[in-house]
Design a binder for this molecule. Structure first.
Ligand code: ZN
Ligand code: ZN
Length: 207
């Protein structure tokens, strides 16, 4: 190599320098993409973690069975905790996605496309879930307001930004504003007849 550069002279040095530069750029781009994909993996993992599964089960049972919340007992408090835990998970997703977007100057690179495809179903499902559960929380105790404004706003920003990335009109519609009727919301929960609350949970005692 040294002999070759001696033969080629100054132009050989330039070629070697250029080659080294190209290799370093390729290595940098590769490690940057790996880091971005790792962020994507972490953001998606948050939505399917064990604790998220518990919260989703708590909210999903009420949502899909169209069952009201019992005002007495512990149920309302548990549903409230799960509701806010899911709102905060989507807030973290929104923050992480914004970092990825800014890192790519607003462009949807491989990492962002992967993230958007992975989280689409989760976000679309919660457009209806948050709306339905909030109604149930409010109906079960009108004296205890659900103060979720800022967190719900972050979710709105997330679904709006996500909708802009899809050209499929059905996907865009599912990420739009929730309308609580079967004509506008495609969620099957609206076809399930309303059920009364379960009896309040009581501590187990021996007879
Ligand atoms: Zn709905
Ligand atoms: Zn629904």
């Amino acid at each position: 190599m040294v002999d070759l550069l001696r033969v080629l002279g100054p132009s050989g040095s330039c070629i070697a320098a250029l080659a080294a530069f190209v290799v370093s750029v390729l290595v940098w781009r590769r490690s940057r993409l790996t880091a971005r994909l790792e962020i994507v993996r972490g953001l998606h993992a948050e939505l399917v973690s064990e604790s998220a599964a518990k919260d989703r089960h708590t909210l999903g049972s009420l949502h899909w069975q169209n069952r009201e919340i019992n005002r007495g007992g512990t149920e309302r408090g548990e549903v409230m905790c799960a509701y806010f835990a899911m709102l905060w998970r989507f807030e973290r997703l929104h923050a992480g996605r914004k970092v990825l977007l800014e890192g790519a100057n607003g462009r949807r690179d491989v990492a962002l496309r992967m993230l958007d495809e992975q989280v689409y179903t989760h976000v679309a499902e919660y457009v209806c879930t948050f709306s339905v559960i909030k109604d149930k929380l409010t109906n079960s105790n009108k004296d205890d307001t659900v103060f979720d404004g800022a967190y719900l706003n972050a979710f709105k920003q997330l679904r709006t930004s996500l909708a802009e990335t899809f050209s499929d009109p059905e996907k865009r519609a599912r990420l739009g504003v929730h309308a609580n009727n079967t004509e506008k919301c495609s969620c099957k929960c609206h076809e399930v007849s309303a059920k009364p609350p379960l009896p309040p949970q009581r501590p187990f005692t021996l007879a």
